[in-house]
Design a protein around this ligand. Sequence first.
Ligand code: FAD
Length: 363
Amino acid sequence: MIYCEKCLGIVCCDLYAKVTIKMRKYDFIIIGGGPAGAVFAKNLDEKYTSCMIYTETQKPCGGLLSEDAQKYFADRNIDLPKEISADSRISCVDTIDIHQNLLRKYRRYYLNVDRLKFDEWLRRFVPEKTEKIRGKATKISKTDGGVEVTVVSGGEEITVAGKYLIGADGGDSTVRKSIFPDKKIRRYVSIQQLFKLNSAVPNYACIFDEKSTECCAWIIKKGDYMLFGGAFAAKNCRESFERLKERVENYGIHLGEPITTEACMLARPKNTGQIFLGEGNVFLAGEAAGFVSPSSFEGISRAMYSAEALAKAFNTKNPLKYYKKYTAYLRFVIFLKLLKCPFMYSPFLRKAVMKSGITAVEE
Ligand SMILES: Cc1cc2nc3c(=O)[nH]c(=O)nc-3n(C[C@H](O)[C@H](O)[C@H](O)COP(=O)(O)OP(=O)(O)OC[C@H]3O[C@@H](n4cnc5c(N)ncnc54)[C@H](O)[C@@H]3O)c2cc1C
């Protein structure tokens, strides 16, 4: 407790009251204000009350909207505003294998957006009646009637109670780890740096280098800047990242001094069994559930489709059953991506594919 010297009370005046405990009750508590959280809140039937807890910090991301993500908006007749754009449309990915000294271009269509602005724009679709709490959920517990979540927001500690909890809290989901600790999913550490553009770089390059990572890295041009990032096994991830930067420089791509560095965990399902939708009154959506491509790490479209499916499932008598049903196609696509992985990530098969020129752009 905090003792206030000014009015000799406990937590009694604005100046000294740093901690107040409030209890609010909702049908749904949504943790996460990324694509999954925002789309779930938007699509939830208006008969329910809900609150969305989210941090407003920049989520480390390449900010590339895949064709699936573009289709999501097109099918719903939603135009993407100009202000979220970060660079011109991408129509090609330069695939570089540093260790094997191979380069190929492949046709891919992406919209290049500013991820922070994209998330802020998506949250504008969240209905007014959904209470928004900006802060970090620090404690989650199950109760007889549902769940309780403690949030630290603007120096206050708020406890909210809900009948259902939606974990839309991304690849390092606190909901998944605290409520379903045995539902493990393969994770990598993703590190990304922003650089001032000082030489010509591809709009988008996907980089493989078996000496630095079993995953991949990327360069994405963002106006006068570029992002350089990659995914690494947790052990010695920072060293692996620095080694990769050095090898990229030696390859001829000049990075320079980083302006910012960001890092986060990235979920990468090893099999479709690692996709977990939830149980009882706790559900997972988006990357928290494991809806992310294990080959390209594309997760924005999957977050939106899965969250919409979950909201729709609450219009039925058996939400979990219908959530499973509505996401069967998403799981099937992830299964296909898993089949594709060896051709991208096994150096031997990648070399065969790149040398063959199959599906590559003629040069
Ligand atoms: C470096 C990197 C680059 C990527 N590039 C791309 C790309 O170019 N295109 C693409 O499609 N996908 C990309 N992905 C994947 C994509 O970012 C995710 O799969 C997608 O954002 C998942 O959406 P989500 O809503 O499930 O989770 P997130 O977008 O991660 O959103 C979760 C939100 O919950 C909040 N949160 C988490 N914990 C708490 C808590 N305890 N309390 C309150 N709030 C919390 C976070 O702050 C975050 O805003 C990339 C991933 C990484 C790591």
